[in-house]
Every structure is written in structure tokens, then in C-alpha cells.
Design a protein around this ligand. Structure first.
Ligand code: SAM
Length: 285
């Protein structure tokens, strides 16, 4: 991609990169990274290794959290002058718990075309294997590092009707699990660690079961936690009971199919609806 004429504005590409396995980069991402004039990278030394691997020699400029505002202004100036730029982060999709949002916002405000490429993200990779929801989910990135703020946030999620997803680093995993247990109860959690890497590990268990694993073994590698939705919301619980009674009494669907349908319609966890259905079916007179 050669530099456009100065009267022609440039173009910003948002390019996801692998979260572990280098084979996960897309053909389009490789082409764009080769063709652009400049790559804005969270950590240029880190990204150099990826680019060397694919023999990409495009010049790099750093774009990291602490300098996002200042660097965005500089990059938008260059975009206005016709430079074609690709934005990457250390791993995964830029702007997802990574720098990127400021540049994207400023570029679009300046009338620069922004093209996002689909590609790797720990969020979608984990979620796709969790089997927890086909309706909605609540992604909150990293939980606050201060315990008081973390517990406040978790408490506010007590009646969330959808699975809640957090990113977490190994040294804070035990604290997060303890606080989930203290605020939301011993919920079922899907835990994906080192996704796409040699030591990839996927487990499900209650908060206390997973906490026991943290104690037994030093946890290594980055993780995604998906907390199953609870049933604390009273209106939902009422709705659920009414629906279960209706389905039970009109007798068209099996208990399993009923649970699946109601979980989908109300955006609730299938296993919790199933448990509740078992109780209601048992109470049939
Ligand atoms: N932008 C990235 C994305 O799209 O996934 C996320 C960047 S954020 C700074 C890094 C966090 O993502 C890690 O602490 C971890 O929670 C999660 N993560 C990144 N790579 C992962 C992997 N291979 N396995 C599990 N979680 C990962």
C-alpha cells in the first residue's frame, strides 16, 4: 500500500493478532500488516517478534496506554496527511482491554475511515467453548485490583441475567475467586487458561473448587473466567416459576426441552433452569 497523495486522507486498520498460537493470524491481517505505511503497536519490541516471524518489515511506532491521547493526536495528523496505519496490540483485538479506543475514536472524529478486521480475542475464544449462552453476556474486562471496588462491582452483578466474563492475570486469580464466592455465592465458573497455547487448560467448577486448584498449584498464564448467571432477580424467578408451571401442565415438551427453551427466552443459565424445573416437575400433583 503506497502512501496516498497528501490531499487523500489515510486509512486506519484495526488488526487482531494471535493470543498464543501464531497460526491464528488471518491471511488478511498478514496482507494488511505488509501493505500499510506504518504499524502502531502497543509494545514495538514484543510485536517485532511476531512481524519477524512473518517477514513483515513495515515500520513500527509505539502506541501504549500511558501515551494514548498524545500518540493518537500525532497519528491522526499522519492519517490526515494520507498515511495508511494498522493498529495492533500485544495479543488479541486492540481496544478489548487493550489500548486502541482513543485512536479509533479520534480518527473517526477526524473523518478517517476505520476498518476493523475480525480475528483472535481471548473473549470470543473462551466464550465459544463455554456453551453457556446463546443470547447475551456481560464482558467487564479486568475486575478492579482494589478489593473494596472489586466486591462492590461483583455485588452489583448479583441479579445479572447473563453470564459475566472477566479477564484475569495469574497472581490475582485467587482473590477474584474468593470475592466471587463472598458476593455472588459459590457459582459455577468456566475457566479458560493459556488458550491456544501448549498448556491450554479449560475447566468448570464452583468458585471454591477452582480456588482449591489455585492453592494446590501456582497458577500460570492468563485466564478468562465466565461466571454463570444467577437467579436472584425476583421478577425473573417469578417469571420462571410461572413459565415452568405452564409448560409442565400443558405437557407438550420434555423437562429438558422446556429448560432449554425457557433459559433461552429469559436469558438464564440452562443448568439453573433445569434444576428449578426438576423441583417443579417433582411437585406435580
Ligand atoms: N485484547 C486482548 C483480547 O482481545 O483478548 C486482551 C488483552 S488483555 C491486556 C490480556 C488478558 O486477556 C489476559 O490477562 C487474559 O485475561 C486474557 N488473555 C489473553 N490471552 C489469553 C490466552 N491465551 N488465554 C486466556 N486468556 C487470555
Amino acid at each position: 500500500m503506497s502512501q496516498s497523495s497528501p490531499t487523500q486522507p489515510g486509512h486506519l486498520y484495526v488488526v487482531p493478532t494471535p493470543i498464543g498460537n501464531l497460526e491464528d493470524i488471518t491471511l488478511r491481517a498478514l496482507r494488511i500488516l505488509k501493505e500499510v505505511d506504518l504499524i502502531a503497536a502497543e509494545d514495538t519490541r514484543h510485536s517485532k517478534r511476531l512481524l519477524n516471524h512473518f517477514e513483515i518489515t513495515t515500520p513500527l511506532i509505539s502506541y501504549y496506554r500511558e501515551k494514548e491521547v498524545q500518540r493518537s493526536a500525532e497519528l491522526v495528523d499522519r492519517l490526515r496527511m494520507g498515511t495508511i496505519i494498522a493498529l495492533i496490540s500485544d495479543a488479541g483485538t486492540p481496544g478489548i482491554s487493550d489500548p486502541g479506543a482513543v485512536l479509533v475514536r479520534e480518527a473517526r472524529a477526524a473523518g478517517i475511515e476505520v476498518t476493523p478486521l475480525p480475528g483472535p480475542s481471548a473473549l470470543t475464544t473462551a466464550l465459544s467453548a463455554a456453551g453457556l449462552t446463546d443470547t447475551g453476556f456481560l464482558f467487564l474486562g479486568f475486575a478492579p485490583s482494589k478489593q473494596s471496588q472489586r466486591r462492590k462491582l461483583l455485588t452489583s452483578l448479583t441479579s445479572a441475567a447473563h453470564p459475566v466474563i472477566f479477564y484475569e492475570s495469574p497472581h490475582r486469580m485467587a482473590d477474584l475467586l474468593k470475592d466471587i464466592n463472598a458476593t455472588l455465592g459459590d457459582r459455577q465458573i468456566f475457566w479458560a487458561r493459556e488458550l491456544t497455547k501448549i498448556h491450554e487448560e479449560i475447566r468448570t467448577g464452583s468458585a471454591t473448587e477452582l480456588l482449591a486448584l489455585c492453592g494446590a498449584d501456582k497458577i500460570r498464564g492468563e485466564s478468562v473466567l465466565i461466571i454463570e448467571a444467577g437467579l436472584q432477580q425476583s421478577t425473573e424467578a417469578d417469571n420462571l416459576d410461572e413459565l415452568l408451571i405452564w409448560y409442565r401442565d400443558q405437557g407438550q415438551l420434555s423437562l429438558k426441552d422446556t429448560s432449554r427453551k425457557i433459559a433461552q427466552d429469559l436469558g438464564l443459565s440452562r443448568s439453573e433452569v433445569y434444576q428449578q424445573a426438576l423441583t417443579m416437575w417433582k411437585d406435580r400433583t
